[in-house]
Design a protein around this ligand. Structure first.
Ligand code: NAP
Length: 510
């Protein structure tokens, strides 16, 4: 094995098949009683422990306003793990993990609570050997990001002493436009240096998203045709079949484009369209993503190349669904988009003239996220027109979720005496090709934070460039009329179909 290095002996090991195990450390979760923490973060911590990827003395500190003791907190984590963990429950893992659990009660503006937090961290350094290494996970409503970061500074908690590290993990949304994202970056970087900040875009933690890079750059098959000479257009879809649920307070005023396109879909676009990075180091990856996001161009006529809409009542999964404006907590005059579709272009040699269509929406036909690279038709066909009537365009579809995998669609002869060509599919499914199941995105991302591995976290520049792309669209929508409507359970508004029809194309029905 390679030489041991710092607090993280396996990180630099040449053999990448060895497990990446976090060194001595702890995680502080602000907003630990919240939805995200219970459903995703607590189970992810347990799953990491169960997989043997956390150090023996790993510590978990919860921070929120409830009047809880450490035991109440541990009990809450236990319930969350029992309900939501991916891996089986093992008593010995739980016993070890629960020894390092503490709860700190307080408001975010409460100085005394932050002093208690400091003492708790010191105590854990002694009792659990965390070595002063702590990550602060801000799983809190976005308006509290600044105050928590400033409190960490005020109480000396962001300071890295000796060899120890301190890191900040910030949930989405990172700002609501370019100006607010810049303000937030300013506040965060007054306290933490760029390499201490980990902005969560949980899509980047998904195996299928990381596989975009493997597919493109570990093979010879795809890259030669991954350009304007062969690709007709690209469609990136994130469709949800649910409505806003109980999240009216968060969603209204934000909408689909800010909630999904600004972060997840533009990150998927960047990974699909970027050039090959010099290496898979965080710096090299960020450089290529930044370059391609910087080359994204909005079409001149935003009225024709963007669509926003709201779901109206309809049927979904056999049940009657109410329209967005009838949902609890939504202003009946709200103009918030629950569906957004945009056409983007990329101004560079590889992609000039190839549209990237991005769409996302709630209460659509099915829950699916996919990237479809649609190829040009063959330049010449020796077959009769009638023989190829049912032939579509070749497509490579990266299925991000569910049914994770890749599909290649191409034409094939229909068995029989005549020459008739029709579309067929060749499929790779994760579930069939690999025995191990994919870790949850949050497992991967929390582990990466503890390892200090920043590959899967968008940088300041990427976040700001994404807002720069979205801001003019949001401003255009603010100035122009109301969102269109679409029936719940369908694939979106007619206006979105018309947008593609004008280009002689149509949306895929995944
Ligand atoms: N939920 C999701 O699926 C999801 C998905 C992606 C991103 N996110 C992001 O993740 C973050 C957390 O979301 P969430 O849905 O978990 O939020 P949430 O359910 O509203 O939880 C908020 C947490 O913050 C605490 N809190 C609120 N005000 C506080 C104050 N003044 N002082 C101390 N604690 C306070 C609450 O604790 P007490 O009320 O117990 O004090 C609670 O633990 C947000 O940034 C959200 O945008 C969430």
């Amino acid at each position: 094995m390679n030489a041991v290095h710092g607090a993280n002996p396996l990180r630099d090991a040449a053999d990448r098949r060895l497990p990446r195990i976090a060194g001595p450390s702890g995680l502080v979760i602000f907003g630990v009683t919240g939805d995200l923490s219970r459903k995703k973060l607590m189970p992810a911590v347990y799953d990491l422990a169960n997989r043997g990827l956390l150090p023996p003395g790993f510590s978990l500190i919860g921070f929120a306003r409830r009047e809880w003791q450490d035991e109440d907190f541990a009990d809450e984590v236990y319930q969350a793990v029992k309900q939501h963990a991916r891996t089986p429950f093992r008593e010995e893992v739980w016993q070890q993990l629960s020894q390092g659990m503490r709860f700190v009660q307080g408001n975010f503006d409460d100085d005394e609570a932050f002093e208690t937090l400091k003492k708790t961290m010191d105590e854990l350094d002694q009792a659990q050997g965390t070595g002063g290494n702590f990550a602060f996970y801000l799983s809190v409503p976005p308006k509290f990001f600044p105050v928590v970061v400033q409190q960490l500074k005020k109480h000396g908690l962001a300071e890295e002493k000796g060899d120890s590290w301190r890191r900040a993990v910030i949930e989405k949304p990172f700002g609501h436009d370019l100006a607010s994202a810049k303000d937030l970056n300013g506040i965060v970087h007054e306290v933490f240096s760029p390499d201490q900040v980990f902005r969560i875009d949980h899509y980047l933690g998904k195996e299928t998203v990381q596989n975009i890079l493997a597919l493109r750059f570990a093979n010879t098959l795809f890259e030669p045709i991954w350009n304007r000479s062969y690709v007709d257009h690209v469609q990136i879809t994130m469709a949800e079949d649910i409505g806003i649920g109980g999240r009216a307070g968060y969603y209204d005023g934000i909408g689909a484009a800010r909630d999904v396109i600004q972060n997840h879909l533009l990150q998927l676009l960047a990974l699909t369209a970027m050039e090959e990075p010099a290496s898979f180091d965080a710096d090299a990856l960020a450089a290529e993503k930044t370059k391609v996001l910087g080359a994204v161009k909005l079409p001149k006529d935003l009225g024709k190349s963007t669509v926003r809409a709201q779901y109206a009542a309809g049927w979904q999964g056999g049940a009657r669904a109410v329209g967005y404006l009838e949902e609890d907590g939504i202003d009946p005059q709200s103009k918030t988009d629950t569906y957004a579709a945009v056409k983007l272009e990329i101004d560079n040699r590889r992609w000039a003239g190839v549209p990237f269509y991005l769409r996302t929406g709630k209460r659509l036909g099915r829950r699916v996220t996919e990237i479809a690279v649609v190829f040009q038709r063959a330049p010449h066909s020796p077959f009769d027109h009638t023989a190829t009537e049912e032939l579509g365009q070749n497509a490579l579809v990266i299925r991000v979720q569910p049914d994770e995998g890749v599909t290649l669609r191409f034409g094939s002869k229909v068995p029989g005496t005549s020459m008739e060509v029709r579309d067929v599919s060749m499929d790779f499914a994760y579930g069939e090709s690999f025995t191990e199941s994919s870790p949850e995105a949050y497992e991967r991302l929390i582990l990466d934070v503890l390892l200090g591995d920043a590959n899967l976290f968008p940088r300041t520049e990427e976040v700001e460039l994404s807002w720069k792309i979205l801001d003019p669209i949001e401003q255009y929508w603010d100035r122009h009329g109301k969102p269109a409507q679409y029936e719940s359970g369908t694939w979106g508004p007619a206006e979105a179909d018309e947008m593609l029809a004008r280009d002689g194309r149509s949306w895929r029905r995944p």
